[in-house]
Ligand binder design. Sequence first.
Ligand code: HPA
Ligand code: ZN
Length: 314
Amino acid sequence: MLPTAELHIHIEGTLEPEMLVGLARRNGVALPTSDLDELRAKYSFADLQSFLDLYYDNLPVLRTSQDFYDLTSAYLDRAGRGGVRRAEIFFDPQVHLRNDVPLAAIFDGITSALGDSDISAELILCFVRDLGPDAAMETLRMALPFRDRFIGVGLDSAEVGFPPAPFKDVYELAAAEGLHRVAHAGEEGDPEYVRQALDVLGVERIDHGIRAMEDPELVARLRDEQVPLTVCPLSNVALRAIDRLSEHVLPKMLDEGLLACVNSDDPAYFGGYLDDNFAALRSELGMTEQQFATLARNSFDASFATAGQKAAWK
Ligand code: HPA
Ligand code: ZN
């Protein structure tokens, strides 16, 4: 299995139906159905929002630090079997806080699973962009007492209509705290979202970024500045950002000299983990081992690991 870093993975998006049902039982949370086939049948999406509706509906089953530990351990075990050596993992504290889960329980559960794994893993706290910049600022301030448990901040959830610029102040605070900064941009949003994330938020990586390919000037800039792009091929097909994998822009990104890497985003919902993404890229897009080697090297280069760690993995 090709050793890789996974830099775009939402821990909540690794909630498999089996674990969903198990946690619902353990915590006495009602689900519309406990039938695994019926649950899986819902995993068909028209766009980002239709996915987010189901993703948020499922999250109230996560209640205790043990739940977060179990979720994170299951992801790390599965990812490790797929070649992942380094994982920079997103989580959405605002959603769990809204479900009355204390921040300490979230951090305790996830970070103890990271500590128990052989994979080098770190946490990136994401702001839910449709809850707005004031809520994001309040969340970052609440999380600062746990500053040593996460390495960066990100911006996720509904993109179109929620551009990056209004989050300027919260990203400035994150920078002042020495946190890394990334943001989802150019998944459904146009190239202007990518530009704002770079120019206004000062992000070090763009999550997705596929729509940047519509703008040759932006492509030239991404190449010149070697801005990392965490591309999620199976996610793009599942959420219909791209009609079929055979039309994915990833090979073009590599041809353009962009620092793109492959990621699974929400593997429980989108048809697979990192190795499943690579397998689909091979079978449906005819991508080669040489391209995979470039993607793997890019993933380590794009990570926030130390130079020494990167040298050991590559
Ligand atoms: N895109 C945007 N926001 C998200 C996603 C995604 O794929 N998964 C969880 N939050
Ligand atoms: Zn994502």
